[in-house]
Design a protein around this ligand. Structure first.
Ligand SMILES: Cc1cc2nc3c(=O)[nH]c(=O)nc-3n(C[C@H](O)[C@H](O)[C@H](O)COP(=O)(O)O)c2cc1C
Length: 149
């Protein structure tokens, strides 16, 4: 079981409201940590910040996902962590990203998509396997990559 790939998705809320520059710096630091550490244990995933909330998907072997998630859960930069799903997967949704970034609220369409995903965690949790949520994040990551290229 522990060698099977697992996917964990959660939502959380930023601990303290911060201005746009501090937010950029905070998210930059988080991504730096993730991109330094995740590849060393084979964890991939995506991170989104929208409307004061983080959403993140972590993928990897069970023990590795648990290890990273324990660290993340104790991080004082966020609170109210709610797990949306944690289950075995056949294949990764973010195989090429140690931690893809799906964006900070910018661009109306993207913000609307993110708001859809973040406003209804109960609906997403109720959806089979939380697949919709992963799909929303994948779409955001793809769009972010297109904008950056
Ligand atoms: C929303 C959020 C997501 C995070 N995601 C990751 C992650 O995927 N991988 C990781 O190593 N650290 C992540 N972190 C940071 C860890 O909680 C922790 O600060 C970091 O691993 C410490 O390592 P460092 O001192 O080497 O930067 C995240 C933090 C937050 C608040």
């Amino acid at each position: 079981m522990s060698h099977m790939l697992h996917s964990l998705a959660y939502f959380s809320r930023i601990s303290e409201p911060v201005g746009p520059e501090a937010l950029q710096a905070m998210v930059g630091d988080i991504l730096c940590s993730a991109r330094r550490r995740n590849p060393s244990i084979g964890v991939t995933g995506a991170l989104l910040f929208s409307g004061g909330c983080f959403a993140q998907v972590l993928e990897g072997e069970l023990a590795d996902v648990e290890l990273i998630f324990e660290t993340i859960q104790c991080d004082p930069r966020h609170k109210d962590v709610i797990v949306v799903h944690f289950h075995p997967i056949v294949a990764r949704s973010f195989p090429e990203w140690s931690m893809a970034f799906a964006g900070i609220d910018c661009g109306e369409r993207r913000a609307a998509l993110a708001a859809d995903a973040l406003a209804t965690p109960d609906d997403i949790a109720a959806a089979p396997g939380g697949a919709d949520f992963v799909q929303v994040l994948r779409n955001l990551v793809m769009r972010q990559a297109e904008l950056a290229s």
